[in-house]
Design a protein around this ligand. Structure first.
Ligand code: SF4
Length: 372
């Protein structure tokens, strides 16, 4: 399953002590950095003009994605190299695209509705990825979404499947991906776009979710429906989030139920799931509160503590950066119960505040607040 960065490094000028060692022409500071990026498919091999023939051969055999990548601006379609995310990772999320028909009497209204649509899922703002203009060659300027014409769509190298029925579309998708990945058959290396048949919303949504899982690189709808699109975006975020990168929220001071300078203060890390679990409870209780989110590289409380990304010094710096002592009169800060062992060190690092051991589970916060 591919080469590691170290295995690639052996073939670079640096390892072979050749001219151009660490020359930076590839845009990486060293040959090792280039090797690590190449192993993760984050750079093309031809960025290094000094890559040996041996390395190119290995690359073609073991790293080069089985599926081609097609770019529209910053959008990348395809480039996948595995059948299942747990084998490594999926690379480019399924593009969600909508036809905009210039000949439709509601053209302007439809276009505006699609462009205005935005959803926020786990702190990630998402919009429709791509518009396909029908019955015109003139795409309006200044759109907030990438757009191409229908004829351009047909010529960018996608394998376009016009959905007839669910079973045949499903089989074609699976067969195409298996041929590309398992057999490295170049005839099946084009990314696949499914053009959805316009049926009732529930059926269309169910079929599209299946295609998103297996294995459409792009799904194109005849008409915009925000419920279908939101559902797909939520599912897509689950599938295409790199499991090696945690979901994070912005560190800072969050407010719940219009707090004043005497409201209670909670504190935790910037791991998104921790944030949303705590935030959900704080917004549901009938007391106002603050939540201080400490930057901890997106790790959960105990992981951050053991990895030393959540230390008394980092907490002290966060309180200072947020100017908590001057903004809020409250001097008690409730920390996660799991960090009880850290209380004393926190007290020393932040003498202006008193740290209170909170609950282990976010779901116990309402009861805790009642007795606080
Ligand atoms: Fe090394 Fe090639 Fe990058 Fe130069 S261009 S630093 S030789 S990998």
């Amino acid at each position: 399953m591919g080469l590691t960065g170290l295995q690639i490094f052996k073939y670079t000028p640096a390892a072979q002590k050749l001219e151009h060692t660490n020359c930076k022409e590839c845009g990486c500071p060293t040959c090792m950095a280039f090797s690590l990026k190449l192993a993760k498919q984050q750079i093309e091999i031809d960025k290094c003009p000094y890559a040996s023939e041996e390395l190119k051969e290995k690359y073609n055999q073991e790293i080069k994605p089985a599926q081609k990548t097609i770019s529209i601006g910053d959008l990348k379609i395809g480039g996948e190299n595995v059948l299942y995310r747990h084998e490594k990772t999926f690379v480019n999320k399924t593009i969600i695209a909508i036809f905009v028909d210039y000949s439709d009497k509601n053209y302007e209204k439809n276009l505006q509705e699609i462009c205005n649509f935005e959803t926020n899922i786990l702190n990630e703002k998402q919009k429709v990825d791509l518009l396909i203009f029908k019955n015109t060659d003139n795409i309006p300027e200044g759109l907030p979404i990438y757009a191409i014409t229908e004829s351009e769509l047909k010529n960018i190298g996608l394998n376009i499947i016009y959905e007839k029925d669910f079973d045949s579309t499903k089989e074609e998708l699976i067969n195409t991906r298996q041929k590309a990945i398992l057999e490295k058959d170049e005839h099946f290396s084009a990314p696949v776009c499914v053009v959805m048949k316009n049926t009732n919303i529930e059926d269309q949504c169910a079929r599209a979710t299946y295609y998103l899982c297996k294995y459409a690189n792009m799904i194109l709808f005849e008409q915009f429906n925000k419920d279908i699109i939101s559902t797909l975006m939520s599912l897509r975020q689950n599938i295409y989030t790199d499991p090696q990168k945690t979901l994070q929220v912005e560190p800072g001071l969050y407010k719940f139920n219009n707090p004043d300078e005497n409201s209670i203060i909670f504190l935790t890390t910037n791991f998104a799931l921790t944030y949303f679990a705590v935030a959900n409870e704080l917004s549901s209780i009938d007391k106002s509160s603050y939540l201080i989110i400490v930057p901890a590289q997106g790790m959960s409380v105990l992981t951050a503590w053991s990895a030393e990304t959540f230390t008394p010094e980092i907490v002290a710096k966060t309180l200072k950066d947020l100017d908590i002592a001057n903004k809020i009169n409250t001097r008690k800060i409730i920390i996660p119960g799991l960090l009880a062992d850290m209380k004393e060190e926190l007290q020393i690092a932040c003498p202006d505040f008193e740290f209170i051991e909170g609950t282990h589970e976010a779901s116990d916060i309402p009861e805790f607040v009642e007795t606080f």
